[in-house]
Write a protein that binds this ligand. Structure first.
Ligand SMILES: *Cc1c(COP(=O)(O)O)cnc(C)c1O
Length: 384
């Protein structure tokens, strides 16, 4: 059976060049990078080189990079680290953030911080003027994602960065979906802290990083030893960090050429699905979007039925709504975009990657139309 993986926004396979660089760091180079003997120094060299690679890619200083255990930790660290450094106050985020930011903000609210969740338009885009209007005299941080993982919409971070700078408020950006996929300039965008994750860019899982602009007041949320310049305690995941560093190097080399190919394949998929299947539309912004992400809304079908139906054909995509206790829960992103329930319940995300081919896309197109037709016949959902 054909096997087609279109869930790269969820995770990606480790690139062979990345794996090759990581392998010696499991058993041969095993020292603790904090040890001063040769065994430790060799591990430290691996860490240093990875930090330099990431820093070069972002055009920042290596001292501004902190390695963490994942994008989720980077988001927690940034949002709590900025909030706790100020002790009290008001934060601004949006309604369409990843749960790593949303639930961190909710936790801060329970601890006495105030949070404004700005809305989005029908494309999932934040209006920089809404951010400006939300700023108060006690606003201590803004946290917004660069690209939405579900619908692929890119946020106007440049304009939001300007608002943040005008008001002297630090800006954290969850760039997990854009880092290594499209060019990123933290100075031009006015970013003070930036989350990125290895497993979304063909690196290993469980390792990630946070860029923290020099001089940004931020406290550690994990305490212990002197690691990562006292910003994140714990012996570093050396093999993982080495893999992340190599993954970044490979992205720097390949991302421009790949983005073009992905955009073409994405259009092929959109044309092939939206044309022949009735009552389906693309969600998210038509132009300001991630190269490889196409999210569809299939009216009167349940997301999970499509995901499972395609799974039987060897295709991996993801559902934009969750079925809990018999009720379809549309994603918070689609709810914020004002997508009506009969469309939102049939949300399916296809995210393409470096090995996706035109044949893969054609196979998916071939499978979608009959599946959706059949599902609508046997169990029409929410049809009046
Ligand atoms: C995947 C993802 C995260 C979480 O990263 P992990 O490394 O899986 O913890 C955070 N934000 C966005 C936008 C993501 O896509």
């Amino acid at each position: 059976m054909n096997r087609v993986y279109l869930d790269h926004n969820a995770s990606t396979p480790v690139h062979p060049e990345v794996l090759a660089e990581m392998l010696p760091y499991f058993a041969e180079v095993f020292g603790n990078p904090s040890s001063i003997h040769a065994f430790g120094r060799e591990a430290r060299d691996g860490l240093d080189r990875a930090r330099e690679r990431v820093a070069r890619f972002l055009r920042v200083s290596p001292q501004e990079i902190v390695f963490t255990s994942g994008g989720t930790e980077s988001d927690n660290f940034a949002v709590k680290g900025l909030a706790y450094a100020r002790g009290t106050g008001h934060l601004i985020t949006s309604k369409v953030e990843h749960h790593a930011v949303l639930r961190t903000c909710q936790a801060l609210e329970a601890q006495g911080f105030d949070v404004t969740y700005v809305g989005v338009d029908a494309y999932g885009m934040v209006d920089p003027d809404d951010v400006r209007r939300a700023i108060r005299s006690d606003t201590i941080a803004i946290s917004l994602m660069h690209a939405n993982s579900e619908v692929g919409t890119l946020q106007p971070i440049t304009a939001i960065g300007q608002v943040a700078r005008e008001h002297g408020v630090p800006l954290h950006v969850d760039a997990v979906q854009t880092f290594g996929k499209i060019p990123l300039d933290v100075d031009a965008l006015g970013i003070d802290a930036l989350s990125f994750s290895s497993h979304k860019i063909y690196g290993p899982k469980g390792v990630a990083g946070l860029y923290v602009r020099k001089g940004t007041r931020m406290v550690a949320i994990q305490h212990g030893g002197e690691h990562e310049r006292r910003r994140r305690a714990g012996t570093e995941n050396v093999a993982g960090v080495v893999g992340l560093g190599k993954a970044v190097d490979v992205r720097a080399r390949d991302m421009h050429a790949e983005a073009e190919g992905l955009t073409a394949l994405r259009s092929r998929l959109i044309d092939g699905v939206v044309g022949p299947v009735p009552d389906v539309r693309l969600s998210g912004h038509p132009v300001e979007r991630l190269p490889g992400t196409a999210s569809f809304l299939f009216r009167h079908v349940e997301s999970e039925s499509i995901v499972l139906g395609l799974d039987l054909k060897g295709i991996g995509v993801s559902a934009g709504s969750a079925c809990t206790a018999g009720n379809v829960e549309p994603s918070h992103v689609l709810v914020a975009m004002g997508v009506p329930l009969d469309w939102a319940m049939g949300a399916v995300r296809c995210s393409l990657g470096r090995t996706t081919t035109a044949e893969d896309i054609d196979y998916v197109i071939e499978c979608v139309e009959p599946l959706v037709r059949k599902l609508r016949q046997v169990m029409p959902v929410g049809a009046a």
